[in-house]
Design a protein around this ligand. Structure first.
Ligand code: GLU
Length: 424
């Protein structure tokens, strides 16, 4: 079996990342040498793995690993496993990670990995074999001081557990020497609250935005596109704070209820049946209708480039919280900015995941144990103080939140380069 399908959005994410950084370099007046230094990825790995599975068949998968930048620390970012992931997509996502880690203030650079295979086609043992083959294949590029992977689309905590085991197993030791991977099961040195961290962080930025924009949470109508780890947790967290989730979708379908969906029941339905399709508590609608739903807040929490110049004019939300990475194309961004939509950019909105990955990294390095309350408190504090810094610049410069977030993130990386010195 070989997976070769290309997805439509692969180049879009890299284009969006390049557009954002070039615009920022212009705004900050960076010189061309420094601009080149922060744009070009430090290292791009492209490889193929061919593990054999129990039925005797071989799986053939293209794999990618990009370390975009390590000025502020080891490259950090998740492993995306989809049928269409490409080196370009991984490069764009690695670049976004450089800005995300910088903005949220953790001592990491940016990286990302990709395994081109549709995880839905794999039995659990086959997926484990693929993850172990990936780990062995790129082993020399993974390490606490090099690149530290985590879950991303198509991968989860069990996969991270296999990576950790693969590393310690090959060293003949019970545990690896340091933190090689984050987002692991808690029983294997993971941290409580990591799985929910991205979604909880998204909700924290929406609460902060509502405070600044004088919008009340009770009665706030929210639509969520994507009901995986990020979308479902964001929906549950924001509903718990009093908002009304009116629409939600995933790859199986969409659901709508003007009076508000019972998000707990919806999450139960998804856990039991594997998707939103067939949920009795709402009217069936399409994914496109969820994006264009009549709501106050839209959370795109699935793939990249889902809002383009084509559908942007029809978006009705007043706030967009980017739970996914690069869900808006630059053209869509411009259209929505012109309409006065308040956009909480991805590098701020979904940075809660990598922030709690940092807590996991320090916990494992120090052989410490943090409680759920500690993790929650630190996450909430970091998300809101970072939101405030970005908002303050937005007010001062009269520019969109994305520009302010990028200005702050890129400035910190450039400061890092200058503090290290430019000599080899
Ligand atoms: N994949 C997540 C992201 O895009 C988390 C990365 C991490 O924790 O390293 O931010």
């Amino acid at each position: 079996m070989v997976q070769t399908t290309e997805s439509n959005n692969v180049d879009g994410i890299l284009q969006t990342a390049l557009w954002n950084v070039q615009q920022t370099a212009g705004r900050l007046g960076l010189n061309p040498d420094i601009t080149r230094r922060i744009v070009e990825p430090a290292e791009q790995i492209r490889s193929v793995i061919h593990p054999q599975v129990p039925n005797g068949e071989m799986l053939h998968a293209h794999v990618f690993l990009v370390r975009h930048n390590d000025v502020l620390g080891p490259s950090k970012g998740g492993i995306r496993m989809t049928a269409g992931v490409t080196l370009n997509e991984v490069t764009g996502l690695a670049m976004e990670m450089t800005w995300k880690t910088s903005l949220i203030g953790v001592p990491f650079g940016g990286g990302k990995a990709g395994i081109r295979y549709d995880p839905a086609l794999l039995k659990p043992t086959e997926k484990e074999i693929l993850i172990r083959a990936f780990t062995r294949g790129v082993r020399r590029h993974i390490g606490p001081e090099v690149y530290v992977p985590a879950p991303d689309m198509g991968t989860n905590d069990s996969d991270m557990g296999h990576i950790r085991d693969c590393v310690s197993y090959s060293d003949g030791k019970s545990i690896p020497a340091g933190c090689f991977v984050t987002g692991k099961p808690v029983v294997l040195g993971g941290i409580v609250g990591r799985r929910e961290a991205t979604g909880n962080g998204v909700a924290a930025t929406i609460v902060a935005a509502c405070e600044r924009l004088n919008k009340k949470l009770p009665g706030l109508r929210v639509a969520v596109q994507g009901f995986g780890n990020v979308g479902s947790v964001s929906a549950l967290a924001i509903a718990e704070k009093g908002a009304t989730v009116v629409a939600a979708s995933d790859i199986t379908g969409g659901t709508y209820c003007a009076e508000g969906l019972d998000v707990v029941k919806l999450a139960d339905h998804v856990a039991k049946t594997g998707g939103i399709k067939g949920f009795a508590g709402g009217k069936e609608i399409t994914n496109a209708q969820v994006l264009e739903a009549d709501c106050d807040v839209l959370i795109p929490a699935a793939g990249g480039s889902v809002i383009t110049e084509e559908n942007a004019p029809r978006i009705r939300a007043k706030i967009i919280a980017e739970g996914a990475n690069a869900p808006l194309t630059p053209q869509a961004d411009e259209i929505l900015n012109a309409k006065g939509v308040f956009i909480i950019p991805d590098i701020l909105c979904n940075a809660g995941g990598v922030f709690v990955s940092y807590l996991e990294y320090t916990q494992e390095t120090q052989r410490d144990q943090m409680t759920r309350d500690e993790v929650q408190q630190r996450l909430y504090h970091r998300m809101t103080t970072t939101f405030d810094r970005v908002y303050e610049r937005t007010q001062q410069k009269h520019q969109p939140m994305r520009h302010s977030a990028m200005d702050l993130a890129v400035t910190r990386v450039v400061d890092g380069i200058q503090s290290r010195g430019l000599l080899p």
